[in-house]
Design a protein around this ligand. Structure first.
Ligand code: RB5
Length: 152
């Protein structure tokens, strides 16, 4: 993902891991925009996921990382935005596969599910992997067409 910029967000349950992922991204010299949460005070994940997803949608220069307790609430909200393919990932195999096969543009993780060591490895794998295109491009096209109302 050369030249990719990352917009990152979390709720309170993902705040600590978000800070660690931001440190990693800065070490990797990746431009990062942090849209909060900025503390462990309780906050709704929906508006954070919406903000990240709307920036990533239709903007190939930007990809997103969203972290909550499970990664699931974030992914459900982000996937409501057209053009978003947000994947909840808790293992390194899926991190690579969801870039290669799904061209995922947002990585979601759950701080209550995995440790920070694994989460940082997942982030690195996801960033390093690329879309395989080919037959997978047709599968993504089906999803894009569905979003535009072109599929029954
Ligand atoms: C917060 O308690 C928790 O519900 C949230 O972080 C997330 O896991 C939702 O999917």
């Amino acid at each position: 993902m050369e030249n990719t910029k990352i917009i990152i967000g979390s709720d309170h349950a993902g705040f600590t891991l978000k800070e660690k992922v931001i440190s990693l991204l800065k070490e990797l010299k990746i431009e990062v925009e942090d849209v909060g949460a900025y503390s462990a005070d309780s906050v709704n994940y929906g508006p954070i996921a919406k903000r990240v997803a709307e920036k990533v949608a239709g903007n190939d220069d930007w990809k997103g990382v969203l972290i909550c307790g499970t990664g699931i609430g974030m992914s459900i909200m982000a996937n409501k935005v057209k053009g978003i393919r947000a994947a909840v990932v808790h293992d390194t195999f899926s991190a690579k596969a969801t870039r290669a096969h799904n061209d995922s543009n947002i990585l979601c993780m759950g701080e209550r599910v995995i440790g920070s060591g694994l989460a940082l490895e997942i982030t690195k794998e996801w960033l390093a992997a690329s879309f395989d295109a080919g037959k997978h491009a047709q599968r993504i096209q089906f999803i894009l067409d569905y979003e535009l109302g072109k599929q029954q």
